[in-house]
Design a protein around this ligand. Structure first.
Ligand code: UDP
Length: 245
């Protein structure tokens, strides 16, 4: 069933309720006819794509581009076409892990520094005891075809790729053909958070859409990356005004 997409600064974002989105992904997983590439888009990803045609190409190959976080929802409001629901990448990882554990689907964690993907797997097994682990691999062993083939040989149902943007989406776009029935998703620094090596913002900040501010004060080195946020907002207004003409 076709659903509406909203173009935000050149990237078509799916306008779907969370439950409907999950239903569509799980249907595809059961049908085993094709793989599913999911992008969780935030302002930084959208701005990277604006500045890099090859990254934009990779994103446009995704089956779903969902609004990860408040920035993209806010942009849809500015454009006068509010998206139905925010679907946060990290929450989605947990939703898929819980589903995999319940339905006996296997998962693979690829990315993060040595040891962290394994720590994240161990934590995931504590949280979701029936989880089937197809494997894990850190994200600094080179991004060669051999590595992709090794991961594919484990035949995982869910492949979580935590290499950070833009590498993770480019990797999925390049190698998804090796995973004919899997769900593949870029998860950024989720393994760092799941393993407990990086703290997620407390609920107080999450409730107020201030996770970005919490990140800025706890990881100040990210400051430069966050400069893309005001540029993103300016681009959204530019889109709004040019579409009115
Ligand atoms: N990373 C990796 N290989 C690399 C570069 C980065 O596995 O060559 C990992 C890094 O260790 C971290 C993740 O990619 O776990 C990127 O995290 P970041 O916090 O930048 O992503 P975000 O959550 O902001 O998308």
């Amino acid at each position: 069933m076709a659903h509406e997409k909203l173009n935000i600064v050149g990237i078509p974002i799916d306008n779907l309720e969370r439950d409907m989105f999950l239903k569509l992904v799980y249907q595809e997983l059961d049908r085993k006819q094709k793989n599913v590439f999911i992008v969780t888009a935030n302002p930084e990803i959208i701005m990277n794509a604006k500045n890099s045609p090859s990254y934009r190409e990779a994103l446009l190959q995704a089956d779903y581009i969902i609004p990860d976080g408040f920035g993209v929802i806010k942009a849809s409001n500015i454009l006068g076409k509010p998206l139905q629901e925010k679907i946060t990448g990290y929450d989605l990882v947990h939703t898929f892990l819980a589903y995999a554990s319940e339905k006996r689907k296997s998962v693979y964690f690829f990315g993060a520094k040595e040891g962290i993907a394994l720590e994240a797997i161990n934590r995931a097994k504590e949280l979701y005891p029936n989880l089937i682990v197809a494997g894990s691999k850190h994200g600094y062993s080179g991004l060669t075809q051999d590595i992709a083939e090794e991961i594919a040989s484990a035949k995982p149902d869910f492949v979580f790729v935590g290499l950070g943007a833009p590498m993770q989406e480019k990797w999925i776009a390049s190698y998804r053909h090796l995973f004919p029935h899997s769900v593949l998703m870029g998860v950024g620094g989720s393994f760092d958070v799941l393993s407990g090596n990086v703290k997620r913002a407390p609920q107080f900040w999450l409730d107020r859409n201030l996770e970005w501010f919490h990140r800025l004060i706890t990881q100040p080195t990210r400051g430069k990356r966050m400069l893309k946020l005001p540029i993103f907002v300016a681009e959204v207004y530019k889109q709004k005004w040019t579409s009115r003409k």
